[in-house]
Design a protein around this ligand. Structure first.
Ligand SMILES: Nc1ncnc2c1ncn2[C@@H]1O[C@H](COP(=O)(O)OP(=O)(O)OP(=O)(O)O)[C@@H](O)[C@H]1O
Ligand SMILES: [Mg+2]
Length: 293
């Protein structure tokens, strides 16, 4: 074993004390890894959360291809701002509420989903107005400041009229409760939100393009490798990094899976590090391993 685990993040270095089976199990678990681009996005969201309430709350629209890490980012932020119990008033104070737009969102479905997410029972036959009143009352009581909506492109599944109704609803919620909206989706989501100019204007766009170039991508790889519990330090050249970009099409999900699979191989072979050679030897057949990594 390398006497010096300084090539690893502290929590990962601790895993070197575990058996191979335990290290493999740890690698197979989905875990959050912070890389500079994600850190920047989280900082922007933190700034948004700290803004004082106004009648026109700013927000974000986060657009990226499928597999670029939007949902991971949303979950990470939500977990960083958990609900707390206010015992004096016997209520849960929930600064960040996150939900995924259903495949064909309508007012009724949306309010139903909101109420289910916050654990408020509602009558199946309740009118939309009842659901809205109940949702608004509860969100106010919970002091929700930021509402995160994943898969907002699903709005496009509705008719033109349904789309307008959904966008009006979002703008109304934001105005009425003075909350910020953070909408996440694939590029088509821009078209969906563009249907309401007032709403779209309030949302700053944050794009997470596919990885390319060198510096930013290298930072991502450094972050990933620091979190893979391998005993030896991995040395990866710029040329090998370019190969990774080609093999993964610059997609975050594929990059994480590829490194995970390479790390599993490195444990199995005893090499205990990822190298230019192991990247060069990466075969399409090894991609099957990606699916299980
Ligand atoms: N910060 C991260 N740490 C660890 N793994 C990550 C991270 N970001 C992304 N991944 C990996 O990439 C995969 C895809 O991420 P995610 O589901 O967030 O993408 P997405 O942009 O929401 O895609 P879709 O539009 O298809 O929903 C995750 O399952 C995970 O394996
Ligand atoms: Mg997602």
């Amino acid at each position: 074993m390398s006497p010096d685990p300084s090539h690893l993040a502290p929590a990962t270095a601790a895993l070197l004390q575990c058996s191979d089976a335990e290290r493999i199990a740890a690698m197979r678990e989905e875990r959050w890894i912070t890389y500079p681009r994600a850190r920047h996005a989280l900082e922007l969201l933190n700034d948004l959360l700290a803004r004082p309430r106004t009648t026109r709350m700013p927000g974000f629209a986060i657009y990226a291809d499928s597999g670029m890490g939007k949902t991971m980012l949303m979950e990470r932020f939500r977990r960083a701002h958990p609900a707390s119990f206010d015992s004096a008033e016997r209520r849960l104070v929930t600064p960040v509420l996150a939900l995924q737009m259903s495949s064909h969102p309508t007012e009724r479905r949306f309010y139903g989903q909101l109420l289910t997410t916050i654990g408020v029972p509602f009558a199946p036959r309740a009118t939309i107005l009842d659901l809205e009143t109940q949702a608004l009352r509860n969100l106010r009581r919970m002091e929700v400041k930021l509402l995160m909506l994943d898969e907002v492109h699903n709005i496009l599944a509705g008719s033109a009229k349904e789309q307008r109704i959904m966008l009006n609803l979002l703008r109304y919620l934001s105005n009425e409760l003075q909350i910020s909206l953070v909408c996440l989706g694939v590029t088509e989501a821009r078209q969906a939100l563009g249907g309401d100019v007032q709403l779209a204007r309030r949302l700053d766009e944050l794009l997470l393009p596919r990885w390319q170039g060198y510096e930013e991508f290298q930072e991502l790889v450094v972050a990933i490798v620091r979190n893979l519990p391998l005993k030896e330090r991995s040395q990866i050249s710029a040329r090998a990094l370019r190969q990774v970009l080609q093999l993964t099409d610059g997609l975050t999900a594929s990059i994480f899976s590829m490194f995970n699979a390479l790390a599993l191989e490195a444990v199995a072979s005893g090499a205990e590090c990822i190298s230019d050679e192991s990247i060069a030897a990466w075969q399409p057949t090894s991609r099957a391993a990606v699916a299980f990594a």
